[in-house]
Design a protein around this ligand. Structure first.
Ligand code: ATP
Ligand code: MG
Length: 413
């Protein structure tokens, strides 16, 4: 495979699918040049619970993306989610040396804001400046070179359970990949699906995936609130499986084909055939009954997302409304139900503003993967791109050995 420089790879380790997005840096953004997806078997509620199964899925998705992009993937930007994620705001104050803000002052004030007690079992994954206040002037996003004597920084800190973050890195490493950085999934999804004017005015991004629902609020151009709930499409399908006494895979299929978020949005009350378990004959069930099973769960997910906004004092800070993404946002009627619950306009979040294979990634399921690649591209522009998590050498060797074996004996699995 050819080796091109500067390709950026996003690795979205989701609860239902692993998605690898390969992107090429261009002058005005990124072009998608490769995509690989594979069902994910080793995660529960967004957290790795089976390393070997996850590594196996990652390898398959990576291989598919490598073939499509004709590029050997060695480094990735990996996503992280799960209800262990905590985001909170903090602030710090320093005196400005020499009465003009230099880079060292910015570093000092962020360090001061970062100086909060973080428990031993938690790791800081993001420190994002929200705004700087110099003397009495607030709302400053770029303080370098400004005059003043006193500078205050407001920042958003995201922490994750050390073990969960380590498992993400471990899985990538075992699949032969370097992890450039770990990125919070809602931040990545936001990168791909929000417009700048929405972020300025105030917007809430909700990514309803298979095992998690991610919430991120932006206002005044910066992140204000993040949280991850351990609920998603898996729970809806599980309710259908139990309620209609049908295998999980059938419940999943029925949900996607006939499911509607609430029965009042049902276009017509047809009768559907539902396979039974244990070799019994299929049954005829009204679609209204299916909706009555789906509705309480979807209502719960959206209400909990709204409650997380209210707790953070953000429910009145989102005049641009809500952007819904993640696989579940394709559920019929979900946008209408979300409009009722949030009492705000709701639009679907689909990755836009990327070139290359943009038609293929034009689905809410790819928002996180594309966002991870965009995140990597932004780090490169700022000259900050460097690997935070080094791969262990033996993983590289084992990958090379495996590759050579495949060349000589063919890949039979
Ligand atoms: N048309 C559809 N209607 C309803 N649900 C759908 C549809 N298409 C996909 N889904 C659901 O979306 C979910 C998968 O979404 P997504 O790919 O965003 O999850 P993930 O990234 O793997 O998981 P997570 O982000 O929670 O770790 C599944 O539960 C699937 O049933
Ligand atoms: Mg996801």
């Amino acid at each position: 495979m050819s080796r091109r420089e500067e390709l950026i790879v996003g690795l979205d380790i989701g609860t239902t699918k692993i998605c690898v997005i390969v992107a090429e840096q261009t002058e005005n953004g990124i072009d998608i040049v490769g995509i690989g997806t594979h069902p994910s078997r080793g995660l529960r509620k967004g957290v790795v619970v089976d390393i070997d199964a996850t590594v196996d899925s990652i390898k398959h998705a990576v291989e598919e993306a490598e073939l499509m992009a004709d590029y050997e993937i060695t480094s990735v930007f990996a996503g992280i989610a799960g209800s262990h994620i905590q985001g909170f705001n903090s602030h710090g104050v320093v005196a400005v040396k020499d009465r003009e803000v230099r880079e060292s002052d910015v570093k000092r004030v962020i360090d001061a804001a970062k100086a909060v007690a973080i428990p031993m079992d938690r790791e800081v994954i993001h420190v994002i400046p929200q705004e700087f206040i110099i003397d009495d002037q607030d709302g400053i996003l770029e303080p370098l070179g400004m005059s003043g004597v006193r500078m205050e920084a407001k920042i958003h800190i995201v922490t994750a359970a050390v073990s969960s973050a380590q498992n993400v890195v471990k899985c990538a490493n075992k699949a032969g990949l370097n992890v450039m950085d770990i990125v919070l999934e809602p931040l990545a999804s936001a990168e791909a699906s929000l417009q700048d004017d929405e972020r300025d005015l105030g917007v809430c991004l909700i990514d309803i995936g298979g095992g998690t629902t991610d919430v991120a609020v932006f206002a005044d151009g910066s992140i204000k609130h993040t949280s991850v709930l351990g609920l998603g499409g898996y729970h809806i399908s599980n309710d259908i499986a139990v309620g209609l006494r049908t295998p999980f895979e059938e419940a999943e299929r029925i949900k996607k084909k006939f499911g509607v978020a609430a029965s009042r949005f049902l276009p017509s009350d047809d009768v559907i055939s539902v396979p039974s378990v244990g070799g019994r004959r299929p049954r005829q069930v009204s679609r209204k009954i299916l909706c009555e099973i789906i509705e309480p769960r979807v209502d719960e997910i959206l209400s909990l997302a709204r409650r997380s906004l209210v707790t953070a004092g953000m429910e009145n800070r989102i005049p641009s409304g809500v952007v819904l993404t993640g696989g579940c946002s394709a559920l019929e009627g979900l946008l209408d139900l979300a409009e009722e619950i949030f009492e705000a306009p709701v639009r679907p979040g689909i990755p836009t503003d990327v070139g290359g294979l943009q038609d293929v990634v034009r689905s809410p399921m790819y928002a996180t993967g594309v966002g991870l690649a965009l995140f990597g591209s932004a780090q490169g522009r700022d000259g900050r791109r460097q690997s935070r998590f080094r791969i262990r050498d033996e993983s590289i060797f084992s990958r090379v050995r495996q590759r050579m074996r495949d060349w000589f004996y063919g890949d039979f699995d």
